[in-house]
Design a protein around this ligand. Structure first.
Ligand code: GAL
Length: 724
C-alpha cells in the first residue's frame, strides 16, 4: 500500500516516480510465442490467474489430429501483437488487415461477421442482443485470413473487434470533411482487435490454419476434439411436460409407437423430483414409484431417459448437509450452490448422481440454468469457499458441470449426450448441446452457424408453434442439427400436434434416422479431426467473399435516425453446412421461396439429384414438405433403412449409399459399438466408400473390407446414383 503522508517535496517526487514507472510498465510488451502443439502458439503476458478456462475444462489436446494438419509458421506479424498491464488489467492488441473478416466470440444469435462489434464476454442467458452476454461467450475468434486467437481467461472480457483507431497506427484513417467528402465514414478504419481482461495477466493462444476451417479445427483439437455421441443421442428426443408421471410417459411412448414416430430419448423435466427449484435430486414417489422399473421398461423399447436438473440444492435433499460446507455465500432460489472446484463437493454431488441415477439406468442429464440471469443467479459479490471469484465461477460453471457429469458416464463406460445451458472456451469435447428459452427461428439458425466457430453444439429445439407451417419448418431444422428434439416441458406439444402436417413431420423424423450413418461419421470427424459438423458458409472452400458485398440500406443511411450508419458486408446467416457434403437452407414460416448462395462447384438437390447451380445465387421454392438441402458434386451420403430407434451395440444395419453429381467421390464411414468408450482403446473402424467412373461410362461403388478384429456392423449394401 502507498501512503502519501509525507512532506510536500517527497510527495511530488513519489508521484513523479510512480507515474513514470506506470508509464514505462504500460509500455507495449511484444509477447514471445512458443509452439505448444503443432500449429498452436502460446504466450503468457503478466501474471495470469491460476484458475482459467483450460483449468476448469481440463481439456487435453488431441495431438494425433493436430499432427495431421499442415503447419507452417506463426501466422501473424508478431511485432504487431501487444500486451500491456495497466491498472491491474491486461490490454491486448492483435492486428487486422483491411480485407479481413472475423468470426466467433462465442454463441451469437444475430451476427456472423464480428468485425466492428463491441462485446463484453459474459456467461448469461441470451437476452436478444449480441453484446457478448450469451450461453457460451467463448473468447476465441477466427480470421478469414486463416488463423485463430484464444484468450484463456475466466473473466468478463471486453472486446473491440476492429473499432477504434490509434493515433500512432501506421494505418490510421485520414481525417475527412463530412461537409464535403462523400467518403466520410462514421466508423473510420480500425487496424486492430483490442481487448481488456480484468486481471493482471493472461495466457493467449494463436492457431495456425492455411484456411479458416483449419484454424477452427486446430482450436477444436487443442481443446480435446468434439464429443463422440452415442448413436442413440443422434436419434429423436422428446422432452415431456414437467409434471408427467411414469404412467403418462408410458402412454406417450405408446402413442409414438402406434403412430410410427421414431424415439430414442425421453427427457423428464423438473417434476421427476420430489421437489425442484431448489432440487432434491430424488424421484418423486407419487409420480415415479418404481424408477428402476420405469427406466428398464423404456430401455426394453430401445428408449433412454434423460433427467432435467439444475445444481441448486434443496434443504430437503439428502445432499444438503454434506454439501453445505462447500457452497457459496449466496443461494439460488433458496438452494445452496456447490463450489465444484472443491473435490469433496464434486465427489459427493456427482457420486450421488452416479449411484442414484446413472447406475440405475439414467442415460443423460439436462443441466439447466448454469448460465444465469443476473436477477436470480449469485451476484459478483458472492464468495465461494475455494476462493475462486464469483466472476470466474460464472464464466466456468457450465464447464465444470459438463466435465464432472461426463466423468460419471465415462466411469460407467456408457456414453451420454445431454443438454446444458452454459459453456465456454475449452468445452469442445463435452457431450453436451446448448439450448435456451429464446425462440426466434431465424436467430436459432444463426446460432447454429456460430456454434461452429466456438467449439460448442447448439440445438434449435422445437417447443411450440402458432401454426402447422411453423411447426413443420422448425422440425425440419432440428432434424438438420446436432440434436433432433422437441422440448414440450411447458407446451405439451407432440410431433403430431398439428394434424395437417403429421405425415410431413414423420417423414422428416424418419429422414433423421435414415441419415444416421452420415451423422455418426460426421461427429467422428469432429472428434478425431476437429471439423465442426454444423458450420457457417465462410468455412467452406469455394465460398466467395464477393457474395458479401458492402451494402448500406436506405434506412441505415438516414441521417435523422442513424447518423453513424456504416456500410456493412452482407452476411450469410441463414444457410449452413451440415457435415462434409451437405448445404442446408432452412425455410421459415411465411416464406414460399428463398435465396440460396451456392459456393463454387456444382450443387445437386438432395431429394432428386437434380443439378441446382454452381457458384451462384439461386431462388428455391421447395413447397412445405421439404427443407432445401444441396449436395456437392461427387458427394456421397451413407444412409440406412428407416427405423424407430438407433442401432444398438452389436446390431447390424443396412447401408444405402447415395452418390450425387458427375464427379467421382469418396467418403470415410466411421463405425464402432455406438454406446461405450471402447473406441478409446482402438475398437473402431473407418471404411472407405468410393465411387469411380468406369470406361463404360458407368459409376461403380465400392466399400473397403472390414479390418480384422475391428467393429463391422454393415449388413446389406445398396447404391443409389442420384439423378440418373
Ligand atoms: C428452463 C429451461 C426449459 C425447461 C424449464 C423447466 O429454464 O430452459 O427448457 O427445462 O426450465 O423448468
Amino acid at each position: 500500500m502507498l501512503h502519501f503522508k509525507t512532506r510536500k517535496g517527497v510527495k511530488t517526487i513519489l508521484i513523479l516516480f510512480f507515474s513514470l514507472s506506470f508509464y514505462f510498465s504500460a509500455f507495449a510488451q511484444q509477447p514471445s510465442w512458443v509452439e505448444e502443439a503443432p500449429g498452436v502458439w502460446k504466450t503468457i503476458i503478466g501474471h495470469p490467474d491460476a484458475f482459467d478456462l483450460l483449468t476448469a475444462s481440463q481439456a487435453l489436446p488431441k495431438l494425433e489430429g493436430l499432427k495431421m494438419l499442415s503447419a507452417d509458421k506463426f501466422p501473424l506479424d508478431s511485432s504487431l501483437i501487444v500486451g500491456e498491464i495497466i491498472n491491474g488489467q491486461t490490454h491486448l492488441r492483435f492486428p487486422l488487415e483491411r480485407e479481413e473478416q472475423l468470426f466467433g466470440f462465442g454463441l451469437n444469435f444475430k451476427t456472423v461477421h464480428q468485425r466492428g462489434n463491441i462485446l463484453r464476454l459474459h456467461v448469461d442467458h441470451y437476452g436478444g442482443r449480441d453484446n457478448g452476454r450469451t450461453h457460451a461467450p467463448v473468447p476465441f475468434y477466427v480470421s478469414s485470413l486463416g488463423y485463430g486467437v484464444f484468450v484463456n481467461a475466466a473473466r468478463y472480457i471486453d472486446v473491440y473487434a476492429g473499432t477504434g483507431s490509434r493515433r500512432d497506427s501506421p494505418n490510421a484513417p485520414e481525417p475527412r470533411d463530412r461537409n464535403t467528402d462523400d467518403n466520410w465514414s462514421a466508423r473510420p478504419y480500425s487496424d486492430a482487435v483490442e481487448m481488456v481482461i480484468p486481471t493482471e495477466g493472461v495466457e493467449v493462444y494463436v492457431f495456425e490454419g492455411l484456411t479458416p476451417l483449419d484454424a477452427v479445427r486446430r482450436y477444436n483439437l487443442f481443446t480435446g476434439g468434439g464429443p463422440l455421441p452415442p448413436r442413440w443421442g443422434l436419434g429423436f428426443s422428446q422432452r415431456v411436460p414437467r409434471l408427467f408421471s411414469a404412467e403418462e410417459v408410458m402412454e406417450e411412448v405408446a402413442e409414438f409407437e402406434k403412430r410410427g414416430f421414431p424415439l430414442d430419448v425421453v427427457g423428464l423435466e423438473p417434476g421427476w423430483q420430489s421437489k425442484s427449484y431448489p432440487n432434491t435430486f430424488v424421484w418423486d414417489p407419487g409420480r415415479f414409484s418404481d424408477p428402476e422399473g420405469f427406466i428398464a421398461a423404456l430401455r426394453d423399447k430401445g428408449i433412454r431417459v434423460n433427467l432435467w436438473v439444475n445444481p441448486y440444492i434443496s434443504p430437503d435433499s439428502p445432499l444438503y448437509e454434506k454439501l453445505f460446507p462447500y457452497t457459496a455465500t449466496h443461494t439460488v432460489w433458496a438452494g445452496i450452490v456447490p463450489d465444484f472446484t472443491i473435490s469433496e463437493a464434486r465427489d459427493t454431488f456427482w457420486g450421488f448422481f452416479e449411484e442414484e441415477h446413472v447406475a440405475k439406468g439414467v442415460s443423460g442429464y439436462k443441466v439447466d440454468e448454469v448460465d444465469g440471469y443476473d436477477q436470480w443467479l449469485w451476484p459478483d459479490v458472492a464468495k465461494f469457499p475455494s476462493g475462486i471469484s464469483a466472476e470466474q465461477m460464472r464464466q466456468t460453471y457450465g464447464l465444470l458441470v459438463q466435465k464432472q457429469s461426463a466423468a460419471v458416464f465415462h466411469r460407467q463406460n456408457q456414453r451420454t449426450f445431454g443438454l446444458v445451458r452454459a459453456s465456454n472456451g475449452g468445452g469442445t469435447s463435452f457431450p453436451y448441446v446448448l439450448y435456451n428459452d429464446y425462440y426466434d427461428h431465424q436467430d436459432f439458425i444463426t446460432a447454429l452457424i456460430n456454434s461452429g466457430y466456438a467449439g460448442v453444439l447448439w440445438t434449435p429445439e422445437a417447443r411450440a408453434s402458432k401454426n402447422a407451417e411453423e411447426w413443420l419448418r422448425r422440425i425440419q431444422t432440428v432434424v438438420f442439427s446436432p440434436m433432433a428434439m422437441i422440448n414440450a416441458w411447458a407446451s405439451g406439444t407432440k410431433p403430431w400436434s398439428f394434424a395437417e402436417v403429421e405425415e410431413e413431420v414423420k417423414a422428416m423424423a424418419m429422414l433423421r434416422m435414415q441419415m444416421m450413418p452420415y451423422w455418426y461419421s460426421e461427429f467422428a470427424k469432429y472428434h478425431f479431426e476437429g471439423t465442426p459438423p454444423f458450420r457457417g458458409m465462410n468455412l467452406e472452400a469455394g465460398f466467395s467473399f464477393d457474395n458479401q458485398k458492402l451494402t448500406m440500406s436506405d434506412s441505415e443511411a438516414d441521417l435523422e435516425t442513424n447518423p453513424y450508419a456504416m456500410a456493412v458486408k452482407k452476411e450469410i446467416k441463414d444457410q449452413y453446412m451440415a457435415g462434409e457434403h451437405l448445404l442446408v437452407a432452412p425455410m421459415f414460416e411465411g416464406e414460399e421461396e428463398r435465396k440460396v448462395v451456392l459456393p463454387e462447384g456444382k450443387w445437386y438437390d438432395f431429394y432428386s439429384g437434380e443439378l441446382m447451380g454452381d457458384g451462384e445465387e439461386i431462388i428455391v421454392r421447395p413447397g412445405l414438405s421439404q427443407i432445401p438441402v444441396f449436395v456437392k458434386d461427387g458427394g456421397i451420403i451413407p444412409m440406412t433403412t428407416p427405423s424407430l430407434h438407433a442401432t444398438g451395440a452389436g446390431e447390424k444395419y443396412d447401408l444405402i449409399i447415395r452418390h450425387y453429381g458427375k464427379k467421382e467421390g469418396s467418403y470415410r464411414l466411421y463405425d464402432d459399438d455406438g454406446e461405450t468408450f471402447d473406441y478409446e482403446n482402438g475398437d473402431y473402424s473407418w471404411r472407405e466408400i468410393k465411387v469411380l467412373l468406369g470406361d463404360d461410362g458407368q459409376y461403380q461403388g465400392t466399400v473397403s473390407e472390414p479390418q480384422p478384429g475391428k467393429p463391422d456392423n454393415l449388413g446389406k449394401i445398396t447404391w443409389e446414383f442420384m439423378g440418373r
